[in-house]
Design a protein around this ligand. Structure first.
Ligand code: NCD
Length: 307
């Protein structure tokens, strides 16, 4: 395996292997010195054309914990501002000798194009509204650590801004691969025009689902990608689809609450619920580092032992 462009690059066995390896790396990250020499000398570049806090830092931390050399490219301070195109930028970076490039871009398919231009391994860290495979992996790891390695039959609702969400697309495919059952919940204007091929049920009614769910996964309302016509007022959104304290009280006691971040507190999720005992939001972030270590190790490692 050379690149990770889509969660579908991993079949069910690959997913299980990647998640088990992530658990091994989670133990590494819990050590006093959370670092192994596994990828010493390998060079990883993070190439982010869109804003990011957790994904970029998570990848860079993961690479450093594997003893890679890490270079960071930010559009704001680069020759992109002098008009350099993606292909020239990528080929310039590749000419310096890099082993992996972690790409985030607002255009769907940008990481695939980058992969066709250079020899380094390419990891998709989010392309437009298309895919975000390492987010799906970290979400599966988080569920697996709570519910055990058999996630089949798990009832999951993904709620919110589905149409703009690369997180939803990758997660739906990942959940399907492990046998979980997903329902998408959103106002009609925040669903894609066609859901053909999505292995999901769809409803506009969150309230009727609440008592049945094992996992409630909230998505951020992506205000930066929103056209005014799609979204009712934020207040109306919260009233019908927000995980308020009152709604949370109607979940089963063991329902897990997740969100990929960044959160709009008080819009899709109440602050009290985000901080509450059902919330796995901090674990998701922690697990993200271990998953990205596993991905880098799988793509760049020699196949030897982890530590
Ligand atoms: C997401 C993203 O950028 O796709 N965040 C993340 O990577 N954790 C989701 C979002 O921006 O809402």
């Amino acid at each position: 395996m050379k690149n990770l462009l889509s969660i579908t690059d991993l079949d069910r066995d690959d997913l299980e292997t990647m998640l088990s390896l992530s658990e091994d790396f989670l133990h590494v990250t819990e050590r006093d010195i959370p670092k192994v020499p596994a990828l010493q000398g390998k060079v990883v570049v993070s190439l982010f054309y869109e804003d990011s806090t957790r994904t970029r830092i998570s990848f860079e931390t993961a690479a450093k914990r594997l003893s890679c050399d890490v270079m960071s490219f930010s559009v704001g301070s680069s020759s992109v501002n002098k008009g350099e195109g993606l292909r020239d930028t990528v080929q310039t970076i590749a000419a310096m000798g890099v082993d992996a490039v972690v790409v985030r871009h607002s255009a769907a398919g940008a990481p695939n194009r980058v992969a066709s231009w250079i020899d380094a391994s390419i990891i998709n860290a989010g392309d437009g509204s298309h895919e975000h495979p390492t987010q799906a992996l970290l979400d599966l790891l988080t569920l697996r650590r709570k519910r055990g390695s058999d996630l089949s039959g798990l009832r999951v609702a993904i709620v919110g801004d589905i149409v703009h969400s690369r997180v939803a697309r990758s997660l739906v495919l990942g959940l399907d691969a492990v046998g979980a059952h997903t329902t998408l919940v959103a106002p009609p204007t925040l669903l894609p025009d066609s859901l053909e091929g999505w292995p999901v049920d769809v409803t506009h009614d969150l309230d009727s689902l609440l008592p049945e769910l094992d996992v409630l996964y909230l998505l951020r309302i992506q205000r930066e990608r929103q056209s005014a016509s799609r979204l009712p007022s934020l207040r109306e959104y919260t009233a019908r689809w927000g995980l308020t304290v009152e709604r949370a009280s109607r979940l089963k006691p063991d329902t897990l609450v997740m969100h990929p971040g960044p959160m709009n507190r008080g819009v899709e999720i109440a602050a009290e619920v985000a901080e509450g005992p059902a919330s796995l939001i901090k674990e998701q972030v922690t697990n993200g580092v271990a998953v990205r270590m596993a991905v880098l190790y799988t793509l760049l490692g020699s196949g030897g032992t982890v530590a």
